[in-house]
Design a protein around this ligand. Structure first.
Ligand SMILES: Cc1cc2nc3c(=O)[nH]c(=O)nc-3n(C[C@H](O)[C@H](O)[C@H](O)COP(=O)(O)OP(=O)(O)OC[C@H]3O[C@@H](n4cnc5c(N)ncnc54)[C@H](O)[C@@H]3O)c2cc1C
Length: 432
């Protein structure tokens, strides 16, 4: 197998298929190389698909066309302590009208659909093909080899969109050979089948409305949090942990997930459902400070491979950033072909366009958030403080009451300490 293209994209996830779509739509001959038997086969996420301006540019009817589940009208956060929980939920009228703020999706369906659109635009999809090595000519990357196949695929431009571990960006010398466990999280998810009517009734939904809830205090002190998202006739429930904190705890993700599902508040939400599958995946959560070199001679890096994931503790945005960076890399490749310059300098237009996009602007804006989220108190002491405070607010004991600020100060002093509360509040304010 030896064939030449004008560009090769490694990985048919949201970043890779978006890059292939942008290049094929501009008339480039593109190979989209995916290790799975179909795009999305091995991909998982929570998850909620947020607004996708990059794809809306190619498909003004994107939201009618893409395979979506429910649109999110309610977003909540639950603070848990084991036997108590305190919940805040926003149900916004604007979330229930187009353009919707977010949708639940299934990756195997969504990723396959997006890759098919790239193929319709003219890209060649090569599946069951794991890129093994980068081919270099005079120091510039000019192609790839595929595991178990002889020959090579050549192109003057390669886009590494092979996800969080990106062996190809490492082989190109653009990323460190090992990642810092302090910058990576691991997500585990249980997909639970549940009749549609049961989901609607349990979570107060009608039509195609959906619910997204995050949980804090459900990880037995390990830095991380939980999530629950409603699909049409299943719910996705899972936990995300900072890898470094999980390692030091000696706990296993699946034991923690099972314990989470058995907590009284969770047990009520999942009862009547049937476990369909478990899955796990890594997330690059280091933010702006984790971004590697994005461009080399003949190569660009996009999506999770470039650490384009914005985990602020309020939202987790990855697919939209992956897709946006993929489209920008595709446009940079088109410009490089027009200028016939595939050197690092020729491709550096990618970095320039990224700097002007919301991808880099947002990651820069929330640069301090990943560091703030390394504060262990967020995962035990603060949920305990919130639950204790709310419990005491609603407790009526037939004795003289304290005013609300005194009740709060009592909970804060008992569970966190006032000095720490002030310091953490300042850090959160600066980060968010
Ligand atoms: C638990 C969890 C919850 C999440 N929740 C959300 C959420 O709610 N909202 C959100 O926007 N994001 C969320 N994310 C993040 C989001 O999933 C990622 O940011 C996004 O998938 C990145 O897309 P990508 O195309 O860069 O990489 P990926 O989706 O990882 O795709 C990479 C592709 O490359 C292929 N590949 C890898 N190596 C090779 C190789 N050598 N040769 C050929 N192919 C290869 C893989 O098979 C895969 O198809 C979540 C992630 C996790 C794990």
């Amino acid at each position: 197998m030896s064939k030449s293209y004008q560009a090769i994209v490694i990985g048919a996830g949201p970043a890779g298929s978006s890059a292939a779509l942008a290049m094929a739509s501009a008339g480039l001959d593109v190979a989209l190389v995916e290790r799975g038997s179909f795009p999305g086969e091995k991909n998982m996420f929570g998850g909620v698909l947020h607004r996708m301006p990059a794809l809306e540019e190619y498909f003004p009817d994107f939201w009618d066309r893409a395979p979506l589940e429910r649109h999110i009208i309610k977003k909540g956060v639950t603070f848990m302590t084991g036997d108590s929980s305190f919940n805040t939920t926003i149900e916004a009228g604007s979330f229930d009208k187009p353009p919707y703020n977010g949708y639940t999706i299934f990756r195997p369906r969504f990723d396959k659909w997006l890759a098919d659109e790239a193929v319709k635009a003219g890209a060649t999809l090569i599946t069951r093909a794991t890129v093994e090595e980068l081919v270099k000519t005079d120091g510039r990357i000019t192609g790839v080899t595929i595991q178990g196949r002889s020959g090579q695929i050549s192109a003057p431009i390669v886009i590494a969109a092979d996800g969080v571990l990106s062996f190809t960006a490492k082989k190109a010398g653009l990323r460190q050979p090992t990642f810092d466990p302090g910058q990576v999280a691991v997500g585990v998810k249980a997909l639970i089948d549940m009749p549609r009517e049961m989901i609607d009734e349990r979570f107060g939904l009608v039509r195609d409305q959906g619910f997204a809830n995050e949980f804090v205090g459900c990880t037995d002190g390990v830095r991380g949090g939980g999530f629950l998202y409603t699909n049409y006739d299943s719910i996705s429930v899972g936990l995300v942990f900072h890898l470094a904190s999980l390692r030091t705890s000696g706990k296993t993700p699946y034991d923690l997930l099972n314990a989470f599902l058995e907590q009284p508040q969770m047990a009520k939400m999942v009862c009547g459902g049937r476990l369909q599958e478990y899955s796990a995946h890594l997330i690059p959560e280091g933010g702006f400070d984790m971004i590697p070199e994005l461009v080399g001679d003949g190569i660009m890096v996009a999506g999770d491979a470039a650490a384009f994931c914005n985990a602020t503790g309020l939202n987790l945005e990855g697919i939209n950033l992956a897709s946006q960076s993929g489209v920008i890399a595709g446009k940079a490749a088109v410009a490089a072909h027009a200028a016939r310059d595939f050197s690092k300098r020729g491709l550096s237009v990618y970095k320039k366009m990224l700097d002007e996009s919301y991808v880099i602007k947002d990651l820069k804006l929330f640069r301090k958030a990943p560091h703030m989220l390394h504060n262990n108190r967020i995962y035990r002491e603060y949920p305990e403080m919130m639950c204790d405070f709310m419990e005491n607010i609603y407790k009526i004991e037939g004795a003289p009451k304290n005013n609300v600020s005194r009740v709060f100060l009592q909970s804060a002093t008992k569970k966190v300490g006032l000095g720490k509360l002030l310091a953490d509040g300042f850090s959160a304010w600066r980060s968010l």
